[in-house]
Ligand binder design. Structure first.
Ligand code: FES
Length: 167
């Protein structure tokens, strides 16, 4: 289930902790699986649990607690809009609705072309910059007016079709 190269990456993370606390590497191992496979399946959780010597349910609890872990495959671009209260008060929900309308999907869904998945997120720690969103768990976007949301989506679409033409 775990390839040799994945196991080598796990080993590197486990080495950062005392030998009797290797379970501390669970988040890093989950991140590695997500990087390699795009999401964390039940089989992957089981493999990580076996590797770290911890109950499968304990791994599942971590996967489901943090919303940056994908429990299902996502589109090429995962868009997470913060809708926690401070952002709600400053157009966070409006930004989410605008994206739903622009992409033609509801929150939690993926576009038919597999390009975009739209999700809510918990506080991203940038409430003063609302509306804020995260692209692919890495790129923070602030002050996302409807115009900026349109630019973002159109830009990502153009990048993708450019990549296809270049292939
Ligand atoms: S509530 Fe949205 S960034 Fe804090």
């Amino acid at each position: 289930m775990i390839s040799d190269s994945t196991r080598a990456r796990f080993d590197k993370e486990v080495a950062k902790y005392p030998a009797d606390q290797k379970q501390s590497a669970v988040m890093a191992c989950l991140s590695i699986v997500q990087q390699e496979q795009g999401y964390i399946s039940q089989q992957s959780e089981a493999a990580i649990a076996a590797y770290l010597g911890m109950p499968e349910i304990a791994v599942h609890e971590v996967t489901t607690f943090y919303n940056m872990y994908n429990q299902q495959p996502t589109g090429r671009y995962k868009l997470n809009v913060c809708t926690n209260l401070p952002c709600q008060l400053r157009d966070g929900q409006k930004a989410l609705h605008h994206l739903e309308h622009k992409l033609g999907i509801r929150m939690g869904e993926t576009t038919a072309d597999g390009l975009f998945t739209l999700q809510q997120s918990e506080c991203l720690g940038a409430c003063a910059d609302s509306p804020v969103m995260l692209v692919n768990d890495r790129t923070m976007c602030s002050f996302m007016s409807n115009e900026k949301l349109d630019q973002l989506v159109d830009g990502l679409r153009a990048t993708q079709s450019g990549a296809k033409e270049g292939a």
